[in-house]
Structure formats: C-alpha cells, structure tokens
Design a protein around this ligand. Sequence first.
Ligand code: HEC
Length: 112
Amino acid sequence: MRRLVFIMALGVLALAFAAPAFADAKVDQGAKLFVDQKCTLCHSVADKGNKKGPLDGVGGKLSADEIRQWIVSPKEMTAKAKTTRKPPMKTYPNLTKDEVDALLAYLQTLKK
Ligand code: HEC
C-alpha cells in the first residue's frame, strides 16, 4: 500500500514537471510556424521581420480570443480594427487547430 502511494506521488510529480515542458514545446512550435508560415513578411518580433507590423507586445495588448480571431478570420478582424495597412492580412485555411493553438501560445508570450 505504501508503495502504491509512493508510485502515485511520483506520477503526480512527473506530471507537474512535464506540464511546463509541454507548454514550452507548444510555444517553440508556434515560433517556428510564425517563420514557416511567413507571418514575418508583414510582422516583426524583436526586430526580425517586417517592422511595419511589430507584434512584440501583442500578448499583453490582445486577449487570447482576439489573437485567435486574427489568425482564423483576419478579414473580420481587419474590418473590426478599422486598420488601413496594406496589404491586409491573408487567411490561413490550411492551419490545423493544433497549429493555430501553437501560434496562439507563442504570440501570448510576446509581452513588453
Ligand atoms: C500580408 C501581410 C500579413 C501577413 C502575411 C500576416 N499578417 Fe497579421 N496582420 C496584418 C495586418 C495589415 C494587420 C493589422 C494590424 C496592423 O496594421 O499591423 C495584422 C494584424 C495581426 C494581429 C493583430 C495585431 C495587433 O496589434 O492588433 C496578429 C496577432 C497577427 N496579425 C498575426 C499574424 C500571424 C500569426 C500571421 C502568420 C500566420 C500573420 N499575422 C500574417 C498583415 C499580415
């Protein structure tokens, strides 16, 4: 019985350590997607990419929902934000939900 408790405690500990590592992997995946999907054509992070559209503070400026909306329905968000910057953001219909989650996780870490 004590052994079982010990094993269970180990399991809980392992989970507690694995969760942040899992979150980091998501953020890394998002950072990679940000470059692979060419978001940098119109946006920059830490001065890398197109400086007309810095996203450095976006994690503090927008809510998670708003950032997700920008990724999945940029047309609606462009209209809502009344931004006139050209070219407008294009849609990314090929991103899977997992990829959108990763991009979101990454963008949320961008706080000034
Ligand atoms: C063709 C250019 C273009 C590309 C490519 C592009 N965007 Fe955008 N994005 C814009 C424009 C224009 C805006 C409106 C805000 C502005 O004027 O910078 C915007 C806004 C955003 C915002 C809201 C920023 C804010 O400060 O309110 C986020 C988040 C964002 N884009 C994420 C992305 C991500 C993630 C990608 C890649 C998957 C991407 N964008 C690719 C042009 C682009």
